[in-house]
Design a protein. Structure first.
Lengths: 699, 549
């Protein structure tokens, strides 16, 4: 897998661009390229990118010893609603799990709220008799007589895929398995997703929703993956292709075809993996990754070199990124906060005369006004252009013409007029608002996770991350920023550092003082068998690591805390230690523990992973020499609000040990790093740029 | 607007973020299930005069306005010069805080550079305060538990341990109460810390300019929205089930140039049971309902709330005075949006929804009294189920969805994992949504029994058993709620204690929302879809909607 001699290739197919990165056996980047995504058949764009980097380095297919692929195809199929005709089968008495959901409105004041469309209408929601209880005991046998009726119903509604979600199937899957066999016997072409395989957690609505999402994209993803594999094999690829998952690990084509829902949001996960990798290489234990692109910004907390993970996220949030307005999916994911703030985010003035930015975006068509492709509304990029932060001649390798006057006109008419500001003041205002929005989202995310932003290192990448990093960091009270190399293709680079892994989260309720240890150990052994089989398929050799956790909470509370478990059978003697670990972590998050309160556990998780590529440690750069600017440029200073001269530097010309002060612009082909007046920059031995805030710079 | 104004706006955004942080800090650490599931809290930042500058958007509207008024009251009661850094004040007086004893309100002066610059405040629902417990059976406030008049909870950072001991000694859930009070303290402290941090960052020594900007902008925006409305006075009467007898709620809504006034004159007098509503709480839900239609995009603060006035004669059931019992004040409090919308719909016929189930159907379940003496396992579970919302002028009502409350329903699987109950059905009820051009949301049907073959107790305080949600403009009423034991059982009243015996099944139907407009004018495609989906019966399609397949 991580063949020391072979080359390794990562292909990240995004909505607009396909990023390809080729590295040698030591993980050094040999070539990168961005090619347009080919929506009709995304494999073609991936082939083009791969051929491009191979040709550039003179390597041939046989030298590729590792191939990692991530794609937005799964996500897009869900967002754009291009999936299979799905029907559901739930337990008798529970036909309306989907419609009833959590009985809530996601927006308190919105009288005309419309709930998210969860794919399966009531006409395709069917039921079957039989019932398990919460401990997995059968209360009523599966109504096998009803299968004939069910096949008739499925046939009549033209179902292509079926999501089966029976009560408490996570505790005992026998009915789901039996029903699958009976249905397949009658309808061999049916694609079936079983809830206990897709998402073995208690909470019938979430599990059903996840199973539907999986079933919905399964036929399409399976044929895509088969085609992708065949095309690359025909070209001469000999190594297996591994797929990037939302959880930040890689998995085999077979697992991907069975559980395609795990492939969603793999691109952003790659970015977080990259940031975690850099955190490890630089020994930074508390990091905030900041990935700002054209439409959204994504932030992720990384502690002790591991991105924060979650068990749930939402696809296709309809209303302004509001929680609850999307389709919930419960799978292991890298936890990120995503907000509608990117270069293309549109600024406007609301009824109260307040300046608002986003979440509406000008996208890539027509794009910001400054791109002169017909956009007339002022965007964040227009504001950056107006403030002099983007050098017109060198934007996007000079391939895109920047029209300064168009940006100015858009800002003056779209914002300035209503607020009686000139275009530059309007630009300054737009930046202040969007940067505050991102900082606020980051702070909020940290609070929700019981963490603090203040002491963190921000690792910024994406097309607009390095440009806004200092401005967002200052507002988030973050004083240190790192801009990695190749920040424009950060996600694809991150793929190359991911382990082959599989995580299972399964429900089994107990209070801590009444754990059935024998049952629990058997429960974990079954999860280990399942996960190891999946991981070994992708990583036949080498050491595997296991991580076990319990999600614990005080009885009566909703907030669960992850507590690591020893990687062995649990014994009676472990229980006091677990209680202590919980109380310690609880008091860290909430200032004090609650002695005497019962502790309960509903969910348990197991992750099996291969060893990721070895870390590279850079020699500390002891030298400190002033960097030589290549020019100067007038910018509107974000600290003082006044125009002043800023130095221009070429990133390619910067050497380890180089030092420079803000205000400066560090330009590279895909992005610009803006060093604000209150920051200074330093280049380390690995070519990373470190930005440090000097408080005196405030004046 | 100048660049300084942009700066003020950034600070306003920051304040909104600060109160959300405060709110999250509280919700995460709270023990009461109602807080966790419904976000039944409030958190806000206030200026030196006690004017509310920002309030977290949390789950339930029951605290809108109440905290804003409560801080003014506490601010007037305690002298500024006596306040020290680290002081926190507390009360759960229903007439000051939030309408019943379970809601604890804290207020903390925020110090910056040695002076008080403003206040942070928060409210949260505590699990138990002794007395008869959460339920409508108290004859007066003294039956309902411990009342703590405004006093100091923290003195220069030191906890008033006697007060904490009293709260714990008077509760069935002392540990949870202690945890909740610590969560409230952390919430105030977080807010105070963030506010001081913001002032440091932006280099300001006082909040006056920012406060004026926020309040003036919000006031102006709200008054502009009011100015667009027709002027006059409109009346409505809403009959509700009550406890001992049915109750008439009266409202007169007066819209003038820069003000919206609501008056409850004519409303029935007090009940002998704890379903009475202090005016602060009735105001909270009424103003919430009004603000959903009038300027919903303007954040809650002293400026946006200023134009709304709510009054009612003393000791009408929506302005209960001490010592009236008020524990279940939300039962009728949640009906006030329907009362208000009956007036507002006459003003804005194409913006206001029909009546909905409105009152949440909560099912507090508990072990039997003899289980304690037998030494059997004890449990307490508070499940909340919602009915249908009223049809909107342009959209159907939402089925099985909370409104006006923002409560979350629970999941059957997690409920069965933690409590000894078995839920055998939870489905929408066909034909329960009030017919109309747009249809009311459907109610749901729940069946449950003991999973361990033991009796259990149920404490009811729900509405719309006798008086279903009415439709508007030709729309018909939604189905009423219905509670039975066993399929052949007789209908139980909506309030009181019920024992469900081992082996018996509790059947629970939540009400549907009212319809809007003539059902005969409903689009034929929508009638066909409802029929295909089984949301309406063939008979209803034919007889009520005039549908010919």
């Amino acid at each position: 897998m991580h063949n020391k001699n072979g080359l390794r290739l990562a292909v990240d197919i995004g909505g607009t661009f396909t990023d390809t990165v080729l590295v040698d056996g030591k993980g050094h980047i040999l070539a990168t390229t961005k090619t347009p995504t080919t929506p009709e058949n995304p494999t073609l764009g991936a082939l083009a990118g791969t051929k491009h980097v191979l040709a550039g380095t003179g390597a041939d297919w046989s030298r590729i010893g590792g191939f990692i692929h991530g794609t937005t195809l799964a996500t897009n199929a869900l967002i754009e609603r291009r999936g299979a005709n799905v029907a559901t089968v739930t337990s008798e008495g529970f036909r309306d799990i989907l419609e009833i959901a959590y009985e809530r409105r996601y927006s308190q004041y919105d009288i005309n709220l419309v709930k998210p469309d969860l794919i399966v209408p009531r006409t395709r929601a069917f039921i079957i008799g039989g019932r398990m209880d919460a401990r997995g005991q059968e209360l009523q046998p599966l109504d096998e007589e009803a299968v004939r009726r069910l096949t008739g119903e499925l046939d009549a509604c033209g179902a292509e895929a079926v999501a089966i979600c029976l009560m408490h199937a996570y505790a005992n899957p026998a009915h789901e398995l039996r029903l699958r066999d009976l249905l397949l016997a009658a309808m061999p072409d049916l694609v079936i997703s079983l809830s206990h395989e897709v998402s073995p957690e208690a909470r019938e609505f979430d599990r059903l929703s996840t199973t539907i999402a999986n079933a919905y994209i399964q036929p399409q993803m399976a044929s895509y993956l088969i085609n992708f594999q065949a095309r690359f094999s025909n070209e001469g690829l000999t190594c297996p292709i591994l797929m990037m998952t939302a959880g930040g690990g890689m998995t085999t084509m077979e697992t991907a075809a069975r559980l395609p829902i795990r492939l969603v949001e793999s691109g952003p996960a790659g970015g977080a993996i990259l940031a975690a990798r850099i955190a490890a290489e630089t020994s930074e234990r508390e990091v905030l990754s900041f990935d700002m692109g054209g439409t959204t910004a994504k932030l992720c907390l990384i502690d002790r070199f591991r991105p924060q993970t979650a068990r749930k996220f939402e696809i296709a949030r309809a209303a302004r990124f509001i929680k609850g307005s999307g389709m919930p999916v419960r799978i292991p994911v890298i936890e990120m906060i995503e907000i509608g703030a990117g270069g293309g985010s549109i600024a406007h003035v609301d009824r109260l005369g307040r300046l608002q930015v986003g979440p509406e975006s000008a996208g890539s068509e027509p794009g910001p006004a400054a791109f002169a492709k017909g956009g007339t509304e002022p965007t964040v990029t227009d504001a950056d252009v107006m403030q002099g932060l983007i050098e017109p001649g060198r934007f996007a390798e000079g391939r895109l013409r920047i029209d300064m006057d168009a940006a100015k006109r858009a800002l003056a008419s779209g914002v300035g007029q209503a607020l009686k500001l000139d275009a530059a003041q309007a630009a300054h205002g737009v930046s202040e608002i969007v940067d505050e929005n991102m900082a606020a989202a980051g702070r909020m995310h940290a609070v929700e996770s019981g963490k603090d932003l203040g002491a963190r290192l921000m690792i910024a990448f994406g097309g607009n991350g390095p440009l806004h990093a200092t401005r967002v960091a200052r507002r988030a009270h973050v004083d240190r920023i790192l801009i990695p190399r190749d920040p424009g293709v950060g996600s694809a680079v991150g793929f190359l550092f991911a382990p082959v892994s599989f995580e299972i989260i399964r429900s089994r309720y107990s209070t801590l003082d009444a754990l059935d240890l024998g049952g629990l150990n058997a429960f974990f052994n079954a999860m280990i068998d399942e996960a190891e089989a999946v991981v070994r398929a992708g990583a036949p050799e080498g050491l595997l690591t296991r991580r076990r956790q319990a999600f614990m909470r005080y009885h009566g509370q909703g907030h669960e805390i992850e507590i690591p478990l020893p990687d062995r059978a649990l014994e009676e003697a472990d229980i006091p230690a677990l209680r202590r670990a919980f109380e310690e972590e609880y008091s860290r998050q909430f200032s004090r523990a609650v002695p005497g309160m019962k502790i309960e556990i509903l969910n348990w998780t197991l992750e099996v992973a291969s060893e990721p590529p070895a870390l590279e440690h850079y020699a500390k750069t002891r030298v400190k020499q002033p960097a030589q600017p290549s020019g100067q440029r007038r910018i509107l200073c974000d600290v003082t609000g006044k125009w002043r001269e800023a130095e221009i530097h070429d990133r390619a010309a910067l050497r380890p040990g180089d030092h420079l002060d803000g205000p400066s612009l560090i330009i590279e082909p895909q992005t610009t790093t803006f060093v604000s007046a209150d920051f200074s920059a330093h280049v380390d031995g690995g070519g990373n740029i470190w930005l440090t805030r000097n408080r005196e710079g405030d004046q | 607007m100048s660049t300084t104004d942009t700066r003020l706006q950034v600070m306003w955004n920051r304040l909104l973020a600060v109160v959300e942080e405060q709110g999250q800090a509280l919700i995460r650490a709270a023990f009461s299930p109602i807080v966790r599931e419904c976000g039944d809290i409030s958190a806000g930042v206030f200026d030196l005069q006690g004017r509310m500058l920002a309030q977290a958007v949390t789950g339930t509207p029951g605290h809108i306005n109440t905290m804003a008024e409560a801080v003014k009251t506490l601010r007037a009661r305690f002298q500024l010069q006596d306040m020290k850094p680290g002081d926190i004040y507390l009360t759960n007086d229903p007439w000051i805080a939030s309408g019943h004893l379970n809601d604890f309100l804290l207020m903390m002066p925020v110090f910056f550079k040695g002076h008080v610059v403003g206040f942070t405040s928060c409210t949260s629902h505590l699990v138990d305060l002794g007395g008869l417990g959460m339920g409508p059976e108290g004859a007066d406030i003294y039956d309902e538990g411990l009342l703590i008049p405004p006093c100091k909870l923290m003195n220069e950072g030191a906890l008033n341990t006697l007060l904490m001991e009293i709260v714990k000694a008077n509760s069935r859930e002392p540990i949870a109460n202690e945890g909740d009070i610590y969560a409230l303290i952390a919430c105030c402290e977080t807010g105070a810390e963030r506010l001081a941090g913001m002032m440091e960052e932006f280099g300001i020594d006082h909040l006056d300019e920012l406060a004026d900007y926020i309040i003036d902008t919000s006031y102006r925006g709200t008054v502009e929205a009011i100015a667009e409305l027709p002027k006059g006075t409109w009346h409505n009467v809403l009959k509700v089930d009550g406890y001992e007898q049915e109750i008439d709620l009266h409202a007169a809504l007066t819209i003038s140039e820069d003000r919206v006034e609501l008056d409850f004159t004519g409303t029935s007098g007090l009940s002998n049971k704890g379903i009475n509503v202090p005016l602060n709480y009735a105001t909270a839900y009424s103003v919430f309902a009004l603000r959903c239609i009038i300027g919903p995009d303007i954040p809650n603060n002293a400026g946006s709330l200023e134009p709304f006035r709510v009054t009612g004669p003393k000791n009408c059931i929506l302005n209960a005075q001490p010592p009236a019992p008020v524990a279940m004040r939300h039962t009728l409090g949640q009906m006030t949006p329907d009362l208000v919308y009956g007036c507002l719909s006459q003003v804005l016929p194409d913006q206001v929804p029909a009546e909905g189930a409105s009152c949440m159907y909560d099912l507090p379940l508990r072990h039997t009294p003899e289980a304690v003496s037998r030494g059997d396992a004890q449990f307490a579970l508070e499940l909340v189920f919602s009915g249908g919302t009223g049809a909107r002028p342009g959209l159907d009502g939402l089925s099985a969805t909370a409104f006006p409350s923002g409560v979350w329903g629970s999941q059957v699987e997690t409920t069965e994992a933690v409590a000894p109950v078995l839920i055998t059905r939870r489905e929408l009820i066909p034909d329960s949504g009030g017919p109309g051009r747009t249809r009311g949301g459907l109610g749901q049907h729940i069946e449950m029994r003991s999973a361990v073959n033991e009796d259990f107790m149920l404490f009811l305080s729900v509405e719309r058993i006798l008086n279903p949600a009415r439709g508007r403009f030709g729309g018909e009423a939604g189905a009423p709620g219905r509670i039975r034991i066993g399929h052949g059982g007789s209908n139980l009243p909506g309030k009181g204690e019920v024992r469900v015996k081992a082996g018996e099944t509790l059947l629970f139907e939540t009400p549907g929302g009212g319809g809007f407009g003539d059902p005969q004018k409903r689009s034929r495609d929508e009638v066909r879809r409802d029929l295909d989906e089984g949301l309406i019966s063939r008979e209803a399609a034919r007889d009520i909607y005039g549908f010919k397949p």
